[in-house]
Write a protein that binds this ligand. Structure first.
Ligand SMILES: *Cc1c(COP(=O)(O)O)cnc(C)c1O
Length: 460
């Protein structure tokens, strides 16, 4: 009975938090020192009542919890969490399945199977592509590029899983200048090193230039991988994927797409042109915790060559019980993890609760909100919009670098909304990323007022 009471009380702390979101300051309200004082203390020696532990935790952590699930968090590229996915996450923790093997969680395995098929259909990816649910786009990139590494070296007569990279034919990885930093990190993890990167020039929006890619590939012989980007983290722009696919297929390179949030454009009939040709790639990296709005952490790797995917990730051990070829799906054959959380439940619940039209609606609403930010701020004297607002990202520049940083700081301190800064083409800029299902028109208008007020105050 006391476990039931614990869970019911916890549900009511969660509901209180959720209901408080519209009026809560978006920023933290306690300092680092206060949080350390609230949450710290000596190592407990004796057990404590779980209900007291959780009520103390909820109270002590609260001032250090950012209102990310609310409608006015515009930092980085961070989605909220739709209610069905939050609830599915509670069940995921409660069921505590080990979703590495089918036998560690049969329902978890089947739900990933179903959700993976749904995702491919939503994103217009090849129906026979393989997939693995991972922690986020960083690990989806590692997974996709591990499959790429396997395939391009196998083609060169080298078994990288057996022989490693020592003595292997060198791989060139050709990427746009404005790639996400996690691509470099994935290459480090895979032993290719950031030194294998050949950067290709990009245009003023950060889009890779296909002609520059063609000449970069013409200068190479030996195995090559090309990483294109769907959704630049600053501008939201898309590499011209169809043209890039023409170039990579002519050159015989593997094409990987980093599509953390941008691949979701495929769900909207009005935006799908931005990812035209994406289905022609060899591997794709996607986030679910961004635009699908499931709780952290959740991303997906897809691969058009299931044998390369499983050759790079698959694992066998005598004490395990592996599914056979025609039977169920063991997730550890498609993931870098071994024991793992059942990540499919939240994705499954989000897709079921939203449907295709609901997901498209989130993406389209976020883009409309971003356009509204761009228009309203762009017509304010002394404020300039640096990017073409093609998706959900807006880069805002005030009168100088110093003024821009001062406005960002003032907006953060004000607490109406939260956003941060970046340096774009040598200039400081405020970044607004609209990625949450929860953002309303009113949230946007309140935030525009707060940003204008901060701009006026910061100038004085
Ligand atoms: C967010 C992002 C990543 C990294 O994703 P994580 O989910 O943080 O691991 C990679 N690429 C792009 C374009 C992103 O926006």
């Amino acid at each position: 009975m006391s476990t039931r009471r614990l869970l019911e009380e916890t549900a009511s702390y969660a509901a209180d938090f959720f209901e408080g979101l519209p009026e809560r300051p978006v920023r933290q309200t306690a300092s680092l020192e206060e949080l350390r004082a609230n949450l710290g203390g000596p190592l407990p020696d004796a057990p404590a009542d779980p209900r007291a532990v959780i009520s103390d935790l909820a109270r002590a952590a609260d001032p250090g919890v950012i209102a990310i699930p609310g409608g006015r968090y515009f930092g980085f590229v961070i989605g909220g969490a739709v209610p069905a996915a939050v609830a599915a996450d509670w069940l995921t923790a409660t069921w505590d399945q080990n979703a590495g093997l089918y036998v560690g969680g049969p329902a978890a395995a089947v739900v990933e199977e179903v959700a993976g098929e749904w995702l491919k259909e939503l994103l217009a990816l090849p129906r026979d592509a393989s997939f693995g649910f991972v922690t986020g786009c960083q690990m989806a990139g590692v997974t996709g590029l591990a499959a790429a590494r396997h395939a391009v070296l196998e083609h060169a007569g080298w078994n990288v899983e057996e022989r490693g990279l020592t003595g292997a034919p060198p791989i060139s990885v050709v990427v746009g200048q404005e790639r996400h930093t996690t691509v470099d990190r994935a290459l480090r993890f895979l032993g290719l090193g950031s030194g294998c990167i050949i950067p290709v020039e990009a245009d003023d929006q950060g889009r890779m230039l296909p002609d520059a890619l063609r000449s970069a590939l013409a200068d190479l012989d030996g195995p090559s991988i090309v990483c294109a980007q769907a959704g630049n983290v600053n501008t939201g722009s898309f590499d011209p994927i169809a043209q890039i696919a023409d170039v990579t297929s002519a050159a015989g390179s593997w094409l990987h797409i980093d599509g953390a949030f941008g691949l979701w454009a495929a769900v909207s009939p009005g935006l799908a042109h931005l990812v035209a040709g994406a289905y022609r790639a060899d591997s794709w990296a996607l986030d679910s915790h961004k635009w699908l709005n499931v709780p952290y952490d959740n991303g997906v790797a897809f691969c058009a060559h299931p044998e390369a995917h499983s050759a790079s990730m698959g694992v066998r051990a005598s004490y395990l019980i592996h599914a056979d070829e025609t039977g169920p799906r063991d997730q550890l054959d498609w993931n870098p993890e071994f024991s793992r959380r059942a990540r499919g439940f939240t994705v499954y619940a989000a897709i079921r609760s939203l449907g295709r039209t609901g997901i498209a609606g989130i993406v389209e609403r976020c883009c409309a909100h971003a356009r509204r930010f761009g228009e309203a701020l762009g017509e304010t004297p002394g404020i300039e919009i640096l990017n073409d607002v093609v998706l959900n990202q807006v880069l805002v520049r005030f009168s100088s670098d110093a003024h821009t940083d001062a406005v960002i700081e003032a907006v953060q301190a004000d607490g109406t909304c939260w956003l941060s800064g970046t340096t774009w083409h040598g200039m400081r800029a405020m970044r607004i990323s609209v990625s949450s299902w929860a953002t309303t028109d009113e949230d946007v208008e309140r935030s525009i007022v707060a940003i204008r007020r901060a701009a006026a105050e910061a100038r004085q």
